[in-house]
Ligand binder design. Structure first.
Ligand SMILES: Cc1cc2nc3c(=O)[nH]c(=O)nc-3n(C[C@H](O)[C@H](O)[C@H](O)COP(=O)(O)OP(=O)(O)OC[C@H]3O[C@@H](n4cnc5c(N)ncnc54)[C@H](O)[C@@H]3O)c2cc1C
Length: 413
């Protein structure tokens, strides 16, 4: 073809940005249409009273294969969490982690009253097994729930309830470990091979960095109403002609003939508190293992963000009907009795209703051909494969590659 095709991407989340980066690398600029007023979609940060508050506690696992393709980790000032956790129950703490990667964990892990020696041996064999298991094998192994997987692997109820449940509840954003064992194996493997990281200026620095690499236009506050073949109708009534459109968000509400989506989402709530407690002095994630607690995990912001002394982020995953005031009091009580940490004023609260997609069957990512919906419309987004930054980026890339192949094979209408 002899003219630049017009390409639009709906959604400036990580998936849409990865699609735009892939297109630009091949010489094609896309216009991104974004309904909200910010870049990054679910990867967002609010700055309030000089403090940096991420929209939910999320981390980038630097072992994700997509990270090396789309992120320049050298300029993000990434802070690494140590490969372990502090587990709190009834006022007693246990430090456990991977002694092969951080020797400081060796003795605490061995003597921690969490799980038997057999459990610790099983963690070791599992990490060896998953280091060797390919991503292809992980995502083609028959699925079961993570809870079934852990029981079948032979872990005791104690380590499941006191370590795996609190740790993976904070990752899967559901407290029953009902998430597919494929996701468990994938995340476990990524934790074994790398670190959980957070940019020193908040999680939104990740999509911001992606956006700064783009030449194409990103139009914020531009909500799309409908996509009809090669036409895009904006909510403000404007009609755009588009040779190729990537829908990097849920497509069902944008395309009239698609069945309505009944996808459910996991939600999460994060409370930020002032505290006089200095912190752990090392970047580590705290887990609350008390069975009936609403508080799931917490960390001190100054572990990652400079000048954020004495601010704690607490994540709530379990469903509840408490008012914010009652919840705040309960979380204060739980951190006090479980972890001996006294929380002060509530500084900020955020609830994310659609945090992670609930998916029945998980894939690693879409193939290029799977992304094509019609001659003009392609799909991307994490919800098509698994809820992770890795899948979001790889699905964006796959949709872009499918379009590049079409253009370069002269299959444009
Ligand atoms: C609290 C929380 C914790 C998480 N923890 C982790 C973690 O630790 N590790 C990890 O890998 N992943 C984590 N995730 C998941 C990760 O954030 C997502 O997988 C990823 O951000 C999805 O990117 P996306 O581009 O597919 O979707 P989104 O980020 O949802 O982007 C879609 C974009 O489309 C826009 N949009 C929607 N409709 C329209 C419309 N009609 N017109 C124009 N624009 C539209 C939206 O505004 C949005 O910007 C977490 C997510 C949350 C919320």
């Amino acid at each position: 073809m002899n003219h630049q095709p017009s390409i639009h991407i709906i959604g400036a989340g990580v998936s849409g940005l990865a699609a735009a980066m892939t297109l630009e690398k091949a010489g094609y600029n896309a216009t991104i249409l974004e309904a909200s007023n910010h870049i990054g979609g679910r990867v967002a940060t609010t700055i309030k009273d000089g403090n940096i508050y991420d929209h939910g506690f999320q981390v980038m696992l630097d072992a994700y294969p997509a990270v090396s393709e789309f992120i320049d980790t050298t300029t993000l000032d990434l802070k690494k969490f140590v490969p372990g956790s502090m587990i709190f129950k009834d006022g007693v703490s246990h430090k456990i982690g991977d002694p092969r990667r951080d020797f400081d964990f060796a003795i605490p892990t061995l003597v921690a009253g969490i799980g038997s020696l057999r459990d610790k041996w099983l963690v070791f064999t599992l990490s060896r097994k998953l280091t060797q298991k390919s991503l292809y094998d992980i995502f083609t192994t028959e699925e079961q729930t993570t809870l079934e997987y852990l029981k079948n692997y032979g872990f005791s109820d104690q380590i499941i309830h006191q370590f795996f449940k609190p740790f993976y509840t904070g990752i899967f954003l559901e407290p029953d470990l009902a998430t597919s064992s494929r996701m468990f194996e994938f995340v476990f493997k990524m934790f074994t091979q790398g670190n959980a990281t957070l940019p020193a200026s908040g999680i939104q620095a990740i999509p911001q960095q992606m956006a700064t690499q783009l030449n194409g236009d990103i139009q914020l506050n531009t909500a799309v109403d409908q996509v009809l073949n090669d036409q895009i109708k904006l909510k403000n009534g404007t009609q755009l002609q588009s040779d190729f459109t990537i829908i990097a968000t849920e497509a069902a509400s944008l395309i009239p003939n698609l069945p309505k989506s009944d996808r459910k989402w996991h939600s999460v709530q994060t409370l930020y508190f002032a505290t006089n407690v200095v912190g752990f002095k090392t970047p580590i994630i705290g887990l609350i293992a008390g069975e009936n607690c609403l508080s799931n995990n917490f960390h001190f912001l100054n572990d990652c963000i400079p000048n954020h002394d004495k601010v704690v982020s607490v994540t709530i995953v379990k469903k509840h009907n408490l008012s914010l005031e009652d919840l705040t009091n309960q979380v204060r009580e739980e951190l006090s009795t479980q972890a001996n940490i006294e929380l002060g004023d509530l500084l900020h609260e955020i609830t994310i209703h659609k945090a992670l997609p609930q998916l029945d069957s998980l894939q690693y990512c879409m193939s290029e051909t799977e992304t094509q919906l019609t001659q003009h419309v392609f799909l991307a987004g994490d919800h098509l494969s698994n809820g992770s930054l890795n899948a979001a980026m790889l699905n964006g890339k796959a949709a872009a590659k499918a379009i590049i192949a079409k253009i370069e094979n002269h299959q444009i209408v």
